[in-house]
Design a protein around this ligand. Structure first.
Ligand SMILES: N[C@@H](CCC(=O)N[C@@H](CS)C(=O)NCC(=O)O)C(=O)O
Length: 205
């Protein structure tokens, strides 16, 4: 069945899904919508909640980036069979999204003074609060969130890359296990070739 992933011509919450699809060697159409021409009323209306990402499989549609990431990882080693381990991974991914929601607040802020303060807070407080704990978690679990590679490490990698772009930083530099994990994800078969073709630009015109 034909698979399509729709998102903007950008990394962010779609990139972990792209990584998982490439790593697990699933053929899909990577449909990029130009953010400069958004909202495109015609297409926005077709989206169940007016937002990307949208995943299509034949005539079925799925929204919500985490639901899509977990779905495309189904049936692979990236989803453990043990319910407790699955719950531990869900807890880690919701924590990563709690962090990401603060970056989204910063991205959406239009007032320059408020934006500056939100950036300061992220760089001086929020990142360390979350990443010191995530790094500890990785350290205690052999470099992963549950002892082995899962779909959640792909989510972390994509959102660190997007944070770096929006905040003009390299946040992983202070967190050695996060840094090592990102290197590992980006050198996985499938991901490595995709990243090489994608290049350093997070926007693709
Ligand atoms: N909780 C949703 C958030 C979706 C979302 O915020 N999508 C943004 C892009 S990151 C979007 O489509 N914005 C355009 C719009 O709202 O018109 C998810 O994780 O998929």
């Amino acid at each position: 069945m034909a698979k399509k992933l729709h998102y903007f011509n950008f990394i962010a919450i779609a990139e972990p899904i792209r990584y998982i699809l490439h790593y697990t060697k699933q053929e899909f159409e990577d449909v990029r919508h130009d953010h400069r021409f958004w909202p495109n009323p015609e297409f926005k209306e077709k989206l169940p909640f007016g937002q990307f990402p949208l995943y299509e499989e034949g005539d079925r549609m799925l929204t919500q980036s985490l639901a899509i990431a977990k779905y495309v990882a189904r049936g692979t080693d990236l989803i453990p069979s043990d319910p407790w381990t699955q719950a531990v991974l869900d807890a880690a991914v919701y924590t990563i999204y709690d962090y990401w929601s603060k970056v989204v607040t910063f991205i959406r802020e239009k007032d320059p003074e408020k934006k500056k303060e939100l950036k300061r807070e992220l760089l001086d407080e929020t990142i360390d609060y979350f990443f010191s704990r995530l790094d500890k978690d990785l350290k205690e679990n052999g470099g992963y969130f549950s002892g082995k590679l899962s779909w959640v490490e792909f989510v972390l990698c994509g959102l660190v890359e997007a944070s770096n772009y929006f905040l003009d930083t390299e946040l992983e530099k202070k967190y050695p296990r996060v840094e090592a994990l990102i290197k590992k994800i980006k050198s996985l078969p499938g991901v490595k070739e995709y990243v090489a073709a994608r290049g350093p630009n997070v926007f693709k015109q």
